[in-house]
Design a binder for this molecule. Sequence first.
Ligand SMILES: Nc1nc2c(c(=O)[nH]1)N[C@H]1C(S)=C(S)[C@@H](COP(=O)(O)O)O[C@H]1N2
Ligand SMILES: [Mo]
Length: 320
Amino acid sequence: MLIKKPDSIKSSEITSHSDYLRRRDFLKKGLYAFAGLGLSGIAEALVKAPGKNPAIANLADAGFSVDEDLTPYDLVTSYNNYYEFGTGKSDPVENSQAFESRPWHVVVEGECEEPGEIDIEDILSGITQEERIYRLRCVEAWSMVVPWVGFPLATLLKRFKPTARAKYVAFETLHDAERMPGQKRAVLDWPYREGLRIDEAMHPLTILATGLYGELLPNQSGAPLRLVSPWKYGFKSIKGIVRIRFTEEQPQATWNMNNPREYGFYSNVNPRVEHPRWSQKYHRVIGGGIFSSKVKTEMFNGYADEVASLYTGMDLRKHF
Ligand SMILES: Nc1nc2c(c(=O)[nH]1)N[C@H]1C(S)=C(S)[C@@H](COP(=O)(O)O)O[C@H]1N2
Ligand SMILES: [Mo]
């Protein structure tokens, strides 16, 4: 992966937090409401009483929210990695506008008692959507803070009744070069694939995102459904998911297959394990201004309290 500087940002493009809170109030009548949905009670509590609300303290305790500046909406949705639409940071927003994310089905198969298919509309209307404000740390050493809308991956997985042999969960992005023009070039071995260990997949921090900033996901962000696993490098957060498979063996993962020396299967954010071509000790906060251009990277991206126990006894230099 290449490291590029973000394009300079005009102040008019910056969405302030208060703008967002207003927008979030609006979202109850907006797209999600239009789809017959509402946010969970917790998210509503956030909207009604930002600041000193015990519900918010609980969210922070669980790692579901961080008290850090949100990355402006325009940056979250214009500085992207989505090689199916090109390898440049502004390619996804430019090349994905015609992409149609409806109709959309997700096949769930493998080591489970009730394999099947689920329609995106059933995912949106049949599961309570929540807000999660997470850090996103790319392996290229930049980061954002994104207010996602989504639901715990575990909620969906449990419906398909994984068996005792389900040790991992594999994910695949749509493979259709007519709809995803970046797939006409063999820059990666398509379809994009990722995987998690089953306990990572079932962890409450792991979500499937259906939206951000209170709106349905834009195409460049992985519409209609993408994984978010905030303690891992961003490339684990696979976009445009069409297939989920329970497996007994560790599944293939695109960047790991592409260059196993540089990209491990686990890819937990770890400032002590350097990428062969750069340090992971610091990163740039996208949109954070010149003074915050270098920020210390925390173990597990700051989510150690929540996830460190998943890796007890594992050598994280070996299983990077
Ligand atoms: N299918 C697919 N998913 C993907 C990628 C990709 O190229 N294809 N890029 C990954 C990388 S490297 C990162 S950092 C995040 C970026 O998410 P964002 O563009 O929403 O910030 O998406 C991940 N998911
Ligand atoms: Mo990334």
